[in-house]
Design a protein around this ligand. Structure first.
Ligand SMILES: [Fe+2]
Length: 474
């Protein structure tokens, strides 16, 4: 057995294409389409190596399903960052958290070398690899060849955006945000209408010291932003020479703020305060009986960012005084739409940790929903690596799990069956690292029972990735 902490964060240099992966069990024949995934896959160069997991060079993975077969291919995103860092043997691109080289603010966004290694989205027909720099990179979903940076035909400016834009099915608009840092910083929410290649401002507001925000949520009428007390320190920005996240400071004495913006006219209709917490991932939000419900995966602080450095992850344990990174809780915040109270509290939706949360997105995004999926870790586990998938029944507040000895699953993606009636009629796909065999496999679970239907074995290990998306049309 190999060590999961070592191979999960080991570089993968091979690029392969396999017409038909060996299958155990059964892959449903109705599953026709493609799972595209993105993630960091190369961490060392001849003279330098990356310190933080989030900074590895982007690699795309494609799993295509047809007639119960699964084909697979993987390819590095052919960015200038990829080319020059390999040629020069050093880190040539701006980093999120690794030690200083080219920090975000030393370069204008147009001259930066991009390494979009976080997520995949389809926007106005383009398949995009995204990071938090607001310049997505387009690629061919069949060949995984890189097509180039997408530059929108508008004048919206900003240096930091989200790798998690949300599609508003009602208005056929992709919604996201950008922060423009400056003497007077501005937070901007924008939309891209389906088929268009320009961003239109929905609303904006000034922020004295912008917060680091990774994702957000939408409801039928509103955009919901959580501003964590993890704020930029202007003096650090001025001195430069830091990775992006080193410009931010955690202030546990300050509240987390929820800001609710109207999608219609960009007006701010509510500001709320809660105890300090941090979150990478909102799970969902919706309006119900005079309030907005906001569900997210919450940490008590930002230690998870620092502890996700590669030396730490490869050891499998953190270095701090605490025996483990605090779990990310499945929290439900209630934001009253009327009344004078601006202090909000939460209820715990599950006693189990949830990260990389997903839902039946086309059906449930921005609406009341019944099921969420995620990766999970037993409470108090002295490791940093999720070893199970969790399925949470949101109404019953019950959880069930999939796990297998020596296996570490990645983000679960729900795919709806063609004749679906219930919200969870379909399958859940996850790329699982198998330390027993030293490789990865694509796992297919029944989304309702959470029982394994089948798996497709990949010839190599796939470094633990971040996000992906399923496209029935590819
Ligand atoms: Fe994310």
């Amino acid at each position: 057995m190999t060590n999961p902490f070592t191979i999960g964060y080991a570089s993968l240099n091979d690029e392969i294409s396999v017409a038909s992966l060996p299958i155990e069990g059964t892959i449903p024949r109705w599953l026709v389409g493609t799972l595209l995934r993105n993630g960091p896959a190369k961490f060392e160069f001849e003279q330098e190596e990356l310190w933080h997991w989030f900074d590895g060079l982007a690699m795309l993975h494609r799993f295509s399903f047809q007639d119960g077969n699964v084909s697979y291919a993987n390819k590095f995103l052919q960015s200038d960052a990829n080319k020059t860092s390999k040629e020069e043997g050093r880190i040539t691109f701006p980093v999120f958290a690794s030690d200083p080289c080219k920090a975000l603010f030393k370069h204008s966004v147009t001259e930066m070398m991009l390494n979009p290694n976080v997520s995949i989205q389809k926007v106005s027909g383009d398949f995009l690899a995204l990071t938090e720099i607001p310049l997505p990179m387009a690629f061919d979903p069949h060949t995984l060849d890189t097509l180039g940076v997408v530059e929108y035909k508008d004048h919206l400016t900003g240096q930091h955006s989200s790798a998690h834009p949300l599609y508003d099915f009602a208005s056929k608009t992709m919604i996201s945000y950008m922060t423009e840092f400056g003497l007077e910083s501005t937070f901007k929410v924008f939309g891209i209408k389906s088929g268009e290649h320009q961003r239109t401002l929905i609303g904006s507001y000034p922020v004295a010291e912008p917060s680091y925000i990774h994702s957000f949520s939408i409801t039928e009428r509103y955009v919901v932003i959580a501003e964590y007390p993890y704020r930029v320190v202007p003096a650090k920005l001025l001195t430069g020479g830091k990775s992006f996240i080193q410009n931010f400071e955690w202030r546990p004495q300050d509240p987390t703020l929820f800001i609710v913006m109207s999608k219609q006219d960009g007006s701010i209709i509510g500001r709320y305060e809660s105890e300090a917490f941090f979150s990478f991932h909102h799970i969902n939000a919706f309006e119900r009986a005079g309030e907005i419900i906001v569900d997210l995966s919450a940490y008590p602080d930002t230690k998870v960012i620092d502890e996700s450095n590669l030396p730490n992850l490869r050891k499998g344990r953190n270095d701090g005084k605490d025996p483990y990174t605090a779990p990310s809780e499945y929290r439900r915040y209630h934001l009253p739409l009327h009344g004078s109270s601006s202090t909000v509290t939460y209820e715990l939706m599950s006693e189990y940790e949830i990260e990389l949360p997903t839902i039946n997105y086309p059906r449930s995004n921005a609406h009341d929903y019944g099921v969420a999926y995620g990766i999970s870790l037993a409470r108090n586990a002295p490791v940093l690596l999720a070893h199970q998938l969790v399925r949470v029944d949101v109404h019953e507040r019950t959880s069930n799990f999939w796990s297998a000895e020596g296996c570490n699953p990645g983000e679960p993606i729900f795919v709806q069956a063609p004749d679906a009636r219930a919200e969870d009629d379909g399958v859940v796909l996850s790329v699982v690292l198998n330390a027993n065999k030293g490789n990865s496999f694509l796992l297919v679970l029944d989304a309702h029972t959470f029982e394994e239907l089948g798996r497709a074995e990949v010839p190599h290990h796939i470094p633990l990735g971040i996000h992906g998306m399923y496209f029935p049309e590819v």
